[in-house]
Design a protein around this ligand. Structure first.
Ligand code: PLP
Length: 347
């Protein structure tokens, strides 16, 4: 778990010019329309915002071509993920996930004493579904992050379908699509109607730039969504967040614009590292990893001295640095700092 103090900007002057490429946030934040809607939401915050939550569900249902009963809104997709893990693991039922991957499900499983099986990504940095299925006969839940955080890599749909086909009866398959909007890969949402044990998670934190507003959703069959109610009933999200989410979805130009800008800046910067002899992951989200061939934590520390924050490192990928795609000028700061701290000096 990361220390929150590390995530919060320090009150020093120096920190205001720090470049944050560390938490896969969106440097553009909420769209202009979302900001206006969120302001209206503030004024309407004296009342519980259930009607906005129903509106958001209806809009999502129309856009995703699924019944409204297949969607549940959460204050961030992380809560849905934690509740899913709580509902399906514990006792003898374990969790299986990749390593490295997003750590929240493993933390949730361990918090209630469930066994956690961490399976290395395969040679192409996809989830090794065969090894994941073989990890334990008592699998309660299988977590598939697609694209995967921190590598940004995809797992082919045929492999996800294999997990659904071959998993133990009653076990849950969670596909986390937090970053799916950034790439062209097919979503698992259309599979939900045929798979009662499939849960697909989405968020407004990434491409919609609303990480601070805490808004996400789960897509699953009604009986499965019901099982996620480990606290007896669901909560409602914040009025301003719900209205911001609706405005984001109504702006049909927003997603393709942001996907394109992200892809351009990501590929330019990956090319910069590759031109200097480094290997990058085949990254499809708003971040990429670079193999520095030396402890990445040392480089991250040195970059921080120059006001550029990159992600923490992962135990079994110690030489890889994860960089979130920022604005052009932020990436220029990264390249400049990296050249100073990690490239051989030019003579
Ligand atoms: N899933 C993945 C893969 C993530 O990387 C994150 C956040 O970084 C989340 C879920 C949590 O997203 P949210 O802000 O919707 O809780």
């Amino acid at each position: 778990a990361r220390a929150f103090s590390a995530a919060l900007p320090a009150a020093s002057k120096a920190s205001s010019s720090e470049v944050h490429l560390d938490f896969n946030e969106n440097p553009w934040g909420p769209s202009a329309a979302a900001r206006r809607a969120m302001e209206q939401g503030v004024a309407l915050s004296g009342r519980y915002p259930y009607r906005f939550q129903y509106q958001l569900v209806d809009l999502l249902a129309r856009q995703l071509s699924v019944p409204a009963e297949h969607i549940e809104i959460y204050a961030g997709s992380k809560v849905a993920l934690q509740q899913a893990v709580m509902a399906f693991t514990g006792g003898s039922r374990s969790l299986v996930l990749a390593t490295p991957t997003y750590e929240a499900p493993a933390l949730a499983a361990r918090a209630q004493g469930a066994a956690v099986h961490e399976i290395d990504l395969d040679a192409r940095h996809a989830h090794d579904i065969g090894a994941m299925l073989a990890a334990d006969a008592n699998l309660g839940a299988i977590y598939i992050c697609n694209p995967n955080n921190p590598t940004g890599t995809l797992t082919p749909m045929v492999q996800i379908e294999r997990a659904l086909r071959e998993k133990p009866a009653g076990a849950l398959v969670v596909v986390d699509e937090a970053y799916i909007h950034y790439c062209d890969a097919p979503s698992c949402v259309p599979l939900v109607k045929d798979h009662p044990d499939l849960l697909v998670l989405r968020t407004f934190s990434k491409i919609y730039g609303m990480a601070g507003a805490r808004l996400g959703y789960a897509v699953g069959q009604p009986a499965l969504l019901e099982k996620l109610n480990v606290l007896g009933e669901q909560n409602v999200a914040a009025a301003s967040s719900l209205l911001g989410g609706i405005a984001s979805l109504e702006d049909r130009a927003l997603l393709p614009e942001r996907r394109q800008a992200n892809a351009r800046i990501r590929s330019e910067n990956m090319a910069w590292f590759r031109d200097r002899g480094f290997t990058c992951t085949d990254a499809q989200g708003n971040f990429f990893m670079v193999d520095l061939r030396r402890p990445a934590s040392d480089v991250a520390q040195a970059l921080a001295q120059h006001g550029v924050r990159v992600a923490r490192t992962w135990e079994n990928w110690p030489t890889w640095m994860r960089v979130t795609v920022g604005k052009e000028e932020e990436m220029a700061r990264l390249r400049k700092a990296f050249a100073l701290v990690a490239l051989p000096a030019k003579h």
